[in-house]
Design a protein around this ligand. Sequence first.
Ligand SMILES: *Cc1c(COP(=O)(O)O)cnc(C)c1O
Length: 220
Amino acid sequence: MTLFGLILLCSNEFKTLKDSIPLGVNLLAVSKGHHQDSIRKLSSYGQLDFGESRLQDAIPKKKDLNDLKQLRWHFVGTLQKNKVRGVIKEFDFIHSVSSFSLLERISRISQEEQKTPNIFLQVKLKDDPNKGGFIKQDLLKSWPQIISLNNINLIGLMTIPPIALDSYQRKNLFSECRNFANHLELKDCSMGMSNDWQEAIKEGATWIRLGSLLFGKRQT
Ligand SMILES: *Cc1c(COP(=O)(O)O)cnc(C)c1O
């Protein structure tokens, strides 16, 4: 039996969690792999930002939640070229833009769709065969072209530490991401997940992305 609408926290526990997040840090509830009723439940506690990692999973959930007009949708998954138009149409934020060619495509299609998505550039600050993202040097090299692109609202950097890092290395990686964003004069850093969000906040995260801490173990 599957219980839909189930989340780990009751409203008081959610409030306690929210109270422990400093002002200026935003909570993204990553609802991938969870039923729309769980999203509805969490939204009833006041949560407005939800993250999904697959376009085809997000579309039916959004349809079901269509009455909740105030929700903001964030794309956090690997973005494939052929999904860009759909993602631009369905999402307000994209956290996972991992290459210049992808960013150019987003800019072009956003113009066609008359949209201006909020964009995080995903950066890879340590070698990680499992993850995409800009290498620092490449991002710096493309920077003049990046900032001249239309119809993208470039707000920050996003990073995911490789699994193998210890907490000291993770802290350094988060701090490096914050410094790099500052250098590029970007306000936001999307970093920190269920297992390391407190460290990420200490190092300057402005968006933390929590999945299992809010929703429990994923169903898919
Ligand atoms: C799944 C996912 C999360 C949430 O991970 P948890 O460990 O469940 O909090 C955050 N960010 C991205 C990019 C994800 O894919």
